[in-house]
Each structure stands twice: as C-alpha cells, then as structure tokens.
Design a protein around this ligand. Sequence first.
Ligand SMILES: C[S@@+](CC[C@H](N)C(=O)[O-])C[C@H]1O[C@@H](n2cnc3c(N)ncnc32)[C@H](O)[C@@H]1O
Ligand code: SF4
Length: 381
Amino acid sequence: MSLSGALGLYVHWPYCARICPYCDFNVYRPKGAEDALLDAILADMRGWRERTGTRRLTSLHLGGGTPSLLSPVALERIVSAAAEIWGFEAAPEIGLEANPNDLASFADYASIGMNRLSIGVQSFDGNALTRLGRDHSVDEAVRAVEAAQKAVDQVSLDLIYAWHGQTLEHWRGELGQAAALGVGHVSPYQLTIESGTAFGKRVARGDKLVLEPDDAADFYSLTEEVLGEAGFERYEISNHAQDLAAQSRHNRLYWEGGDWIGAGPGAHGRLGAHSKAGRIATEAARRPQDYIDQVMSTGWGVKSLETLSADDERTERVLMGMRIASGLDLAEVTGFTGLGIDEAECQRMSELGYLVRDGEHLSLTREGQVLGDAVSMALIP
Ligand SMILES: C[S@@+](CC[C@H](N)C(=O)[O-])C[C@H]1O[C@@H](n2cnc3c(N)ncnc32)[C@H](O)[C@@H]1O
Ligand code: SF4
C-alpha cells in the first residue's frame, strides 16, 4: 500500500514541563505565551490552506515537545479547525505524543476524534528513568499505557536503550514488559548524544553515557528478536508493529515521500510530491515568539520555503526510503528526480552484505540497518 498521494498535517507543540537531558527537539519551558501560540497555530493552518488547495487530510499528528500538556479543549480546537479547513478522508489517523504525567486527560481524547496515542515510557526501570532525567515513575508510565488503551484504538510506546551500563538481559526485560502490556506498536530508540544538550555537555567533559557502537549493534539485533517472538514486525529502523493497522500512517508519509503540512514552531513541511515543478520544503520559524510574529506579519508561520533541487530530492528519498523494511523503489526515485544512484557503491554495499538488490528494489540487511544512514549516503553520487 502506498500513501504517496496522501496529505498529512503535523502540528508541533514545543513546550515541556521539564527538558530531558538527552533531547534536542525544538523544545522550551512554558513562559505564559501558550494561548498566543495556540492562536498562531490555528491562523497558520488557515494560511496553509491557500497553498494546499482543497485536499483532504489522511492524518493529523500532534508532536513535540509535549502536546499532552494542551488541555482537551485546546486539542479539540486544533482537530476541529483541521476538519473545517481541509476536512478528513474516511478513517483518518489522528494521533498525539503523550508524556505519562498527563494520563488524566487521555479519557477525553476519543471524543475529540483521536485514535492513536504514543506514550513516552522510555524505561520500565526506575533507576534508568532517573538516569534519563525523566519526571515520571514506572508505575505512572504503566498506568498511562493502560489509560491510553482504554481511550483509543492504537497505542504505541517509546523506549530508549543502549545507555552506558545497560546489559542485554536488562534490555530483554524492558522489551518483554513492553510486549506484555499488549500494545500494537513499539518504538525503541537507541540513545543518541546530541551536542548542545545536557548529555552532550557531559560527554564532552568525558562522561560515558552510551554503549560502544559494537555493543549497541547487539542491542539492535536483540530488539528484533524479542519483539519478533512477541508478534511484532520491524517495518522501519526504529518502529515495530503487530500488523498494518498498528503502523503509523502519518510517519509513513515521511518515509514514503508523501505530502504534509508543518504547523507550529520549527515544523517542517513538504508539498508537491508529484509535481513536475519540484517538491517544496518548508520550515516554520523556530522560536515560539518568532513563530507568533511570523504568523501575525505574513499570515503563516513558514520562515523558509525552497523548491528542492533534483539532487536534494534524491538524497531525501533514498535516506527515507531505505529506512523502511519494504525498501526503496529505484524506478520511483529516477521517475521523480531524473537521477540514479551510484551503481558501483551499490554493488560494493551489496557485496559487503549491507543491502539486498532485487531488480529496481533495494533494502538494508540487518548489518546495514545497524549502520543506517551511512549505507544510504554511500548510494548518493
Ligand atoms: C519528541 S519526543 C516526544 C515524546 C514526549 N515528549 C516524551 O518525552 O514522552 C519523541 C521520542 O523521541 C525519543 N528521543 C528523543 N531524544 C532522544 C535521544 N537523544 N536519543 C534517543 N531517543 C530520543 C524519546 O523516546 C521520545 O519519547
Ligand atoms: S523527550 Fe519529550 S518531554 Fe523530554 S524534552 Fe524531549 S520532547 Fe520534552
């Protein structure tokens, strides 16, 4: 099933009650401008309507930051504005990334139209939660997953692994607990150290916070093994689902080169996946106040808009397409961009055992998945 004709809406809510030491998303502590930001996001959505025309939405995803800090009334305003401005296709995916601390609101979500919740559990071990700087307990995380399961059809949970000192047995236990909760989707993320974060500064001072790459590769393999035994299929490097219905349709728009609107501070968007004139890439103003000012002065939040060159579009399609288990369709890449890949490098990567080529179809092997973007980048001349 391809979603490349579909249109999604991503709304970024940048506020978090506490900034986690590993996180380099576009996040801020609330400073009292939340109402103004919500109004600006709604105005930005109306501004976008002029650019998208009369297309209906396949998906709406509220990400962050912590969109579960928004009250159900505020969330309802966003969902109904989307319905009024574009309208939804039949059975849209309407999802939200939630922190376990906000579980009290989940019961109200279904009446707003939400059908997918992704819960930031991160770990089922209290000591690990403390190391990761999380401000919720294991008990709260489990209760949040259970509350989400009562509230909506599709529940996913995020876990972080490969932190310094973690053992394979510990990680096996974490995955087992995730599977035992009966969710349809799990996103295990390998802890990455980003410069500028509190963890980035500690690592620069010499602290060891993550495992060595070779050890992390064993964790990656164990993830697929344990979740596979529990009935999950890895359909993207960091995403495992019980079945097609449990996969994230919104995220598939990113991986499959579809169109999506990006509203909210720092949100990225893509339009014109099938346009002969080229694919348009947008980025909204990053800081909340700059974003509010941008919407007030221009009618939408977009700060930069460019038509991707054929080269850039090829890079994006190769990097994204190689992440999914179903793989990359080279004929599609050439059809959209007029460009091919580096055939000699492709042959070399295949001989090294990092990818498999079947005619015009490429996919990463387990060894290639561990190296991720490095293999995909080698394919770009
Ligand atoms: C943008 S966050 C939003 C989720 C929500 N605010 C929360 O923290 O529960 C999405 C997910 O990215 C993952 N993440 C963020 N930074 C990471 C990092 N440096 N390494 C690994 N995973 C990370 C976390 O698992 C997190 O749940
Ligand atoms: S991980 Fe979630 S809660 Fe923590 S800072 Fe990032 S977006 Fe905010």
